[in-house]
Design a protein around this ligand. Structure first.
Ligand code: HEC
Length: 496
């Protein structure tokens, strides 16, 4: 896999064919003239989306309507492409090998559709590295549309995901991944949720009618650009959830997005973190550091355009002593702010009355935010940013992507680390230590199970509905019994 344009790969292949042909005729002699210098590496055009090409064997397996995608995945070898013809597929697909491309074949406007029928939990789960998932319609699942579990070097593109549970596209604990040209709606937590991940590019997606449009959580080196986040409860969120095994969020660029009319009533699970986010929020930064907000059109968000806050001002949170709670070094560069704050919540309204305004602000800062800056504050209705100096940097254009030029190695799976790794990759998507996420806090589970890891392992394999105010937990029976036991033992040992 290489971070290269397809045309470059084709040119490279042609060049080696020609070279082979020449060498074949003349033989390799010590005094042979050196081969022609390779053409200068072409640079991607500005604005072009970068793709990570996965290693391909060239073998293509086709799945027809009526057949099982999972069967094809189970039989696949690393490097294979699985091509899925249009039609409806009622299943969960789990990819636990590397370098598999799952590609929908769109024919005369007909798509392959994965339909959860309101009874299945997940559409596609992957734990392999170098996975590409593209060209699927995914509807009516209860848990996740596409969830990555510690897979690196992934590409998730050109999918349409509607009404599919708590997370639409959710790479968890992954490195070096591209999420692009997806359309997501009707997701009860985050449409696109980048969780505990590094070096991620989220571009050209449309997210709407979900609670959170795009969420960058406990992740580093992420660019969120050219997306359209509209009619969600909140458009784009960059924050730290306390109580997760990875404790930081930093180096995030949010630029050139359209963030409009995010006024949808909040339908997040009661008590969860996103359920505490007020409707009408454009962009929210909480406890994240080194975040640049640039070139966005932020319009018609009824409460606040951009809010910069800390853990102390959030509802539903328990502080994590290992997570620094403030949003430091936030740079608000030039953004176009229009018509925000038409119906602020009472707390925001009260703050703004002190500024002689009865409307919500374009920009609000509450809680400490050291070394932050803002450009053209005089253009904005704001609260709490008067002491921010002008930013010395005026653009991030020099940073095209945080994706890495070479694929990163898969995470090592030492047997002793297996439980920890699976906890990070799967359970921490819904269980934080002392904070309610989708599932109850790990602390609560520890108190219930004390010295009984097998009890946890058995529950995870076949969960039963226990708490009326929580959703159902999806079964983890895709994990083998030893792995379930290992993760259960780790879950009992977690201390933060
Ligand atoms: C998609 C979200 C999600 C994921 C991923 C998840 N859980 Fe849960 N878990 C839940 C929810 C929701 C509940 C509460 C269910 C209820 O009370 O009906 C829960 C409850 C539990 C309980 C409490 C059972 C009891 O007796 O009260 C245990 C134990 C548990 N999960 C273990 C795990 C383990 C281990 C993993 C990882 C392998 C995991 N969970 C992954 C959502 C999740």
């Amino acid at each position: 896999m290489k971070l290269r344009k397809a045309s470059l790969l084709v040119a490279g292949a042609l060049a080696s064919v020609c070279l082979g042909y020449l060498l074949g005729r003349s033989g390799v002699r010590p005094d042979s003239p050196p081969p022609p210098a390779p053409a200068e590496t072409p640079r991607a055009e500005p604005g072009e989306v970068v793709a990570i090409e996965s290693r391909r064997s060239g073998r293509v397996v086709t799945v027809e309507e009526g057949e099982s995608i999972q069967k094809a995945v189970t039989a696949a070898r690393p490097g294979d492409t699985i091509r899925v013809r249009p039609g409806t597929y009622r299943e969960t697909v789990y990819i636990d090998k590397d370098d598999v491309t799952l590609t929908g074949s769109i024919e005369a406007g007909r798509w392959p559709v994965l339909d959860g029928e309101g009874i299945r939990n997940d559409a596609i789960l992957y734990s392999g590295n170098g996975i590409t998932i593209e060209n699927f319609r995914i509807v009516h699942y209860k848990g996740n549309g596409v969830m990555g579990q510690a897979g690196n070097n992934f590409v998730i593109r050109h999918n349409v995901i509607h009404d599919s549970g708590v997370y639409g596209i959710f790479p968890q604990f992954g490195k070096n991944g591209l999420v692009t040209h997806n359309v997501l709606s009707g997701i009860a937590d985050a449409a696109i949720y980048i969780g505990m991940s590094d070096h991620i590019h989220v571009a050209n997606n449309e997210v709407f009618e979900s609670v959170a449009g795009i969420e960058i959580e406990n992740s580093r080196h992420v660019i969120v650009e050219n997306n359209h986040a509209h009619d969600n409860t909140a458009g784009i969120l960059v924050f730290i959830t306390p109580g997760l095994p990875i404790k930081t969020t930093y180096d995030v660029i949010v630029r050139n997005n359209f963030v409009q009319d995010n006024n949808h009533p909040n339908f997040g699970a009661a008590g969860s973190i996103v359920a505490g986010v007020p409707a009408g929020t454009g962009i929210l930064v909480m406890a994240a550091d080194d975040v640049v907000i640039e070139g966005n059109l932020i319009e018609g968000n009824d409460n606040i355009g951009i809010v910069v806050t800390d853990h102390g001002h959030a509802t539903n949170l328990t502080l994590d002593p290992e997570s620094e709670p403030n949003s430091d070094r936030i740079a608000i560069l030039e953004n176009l702010m229009l018509d925000n704050g038409n119906h602020p919540i009472p707390e925001v309204k009260a703050l703004m009355l002190t500024r002689l305004s009865d409307r919500g602000p374009d920009v609000l800062r509450v809680g400490e935010s050291r070394e932050s800056c803002i450009l053209h504050p005089e253009r904005l209705r704001s609260y709490g940013v008067d002491e921010f100096p002008p930013c010395r940097v005026t653009t991030t254009a020099g940073t095209r992507t945080y994706l890495l030029p070479e694929p990163v190695a898969p995470r090592p799976i030492a047997a002793a680390e297996r439980g920890k790794q699976v906890y990070f990759a799967i359970c921490a998507g819904c269980h934080a230590y002392n904070v309610r996420m989708i599932g109850p806090p790990t602390q609560v589970i520890q108190a219930l199970y004390l010295e009984d890891p097998q009890g946890i392992a058995d529950y995870a394999a076949r969960p039963v509905k226990k708490r009326p105010d929580y959703p159902e937990m999806p079964p983890q029976d895709h994990l083998d019994p030893e792995t379930r036991r290992a993760v259960a033992e780790y879950m009992l040992r977690v201390t933060e």
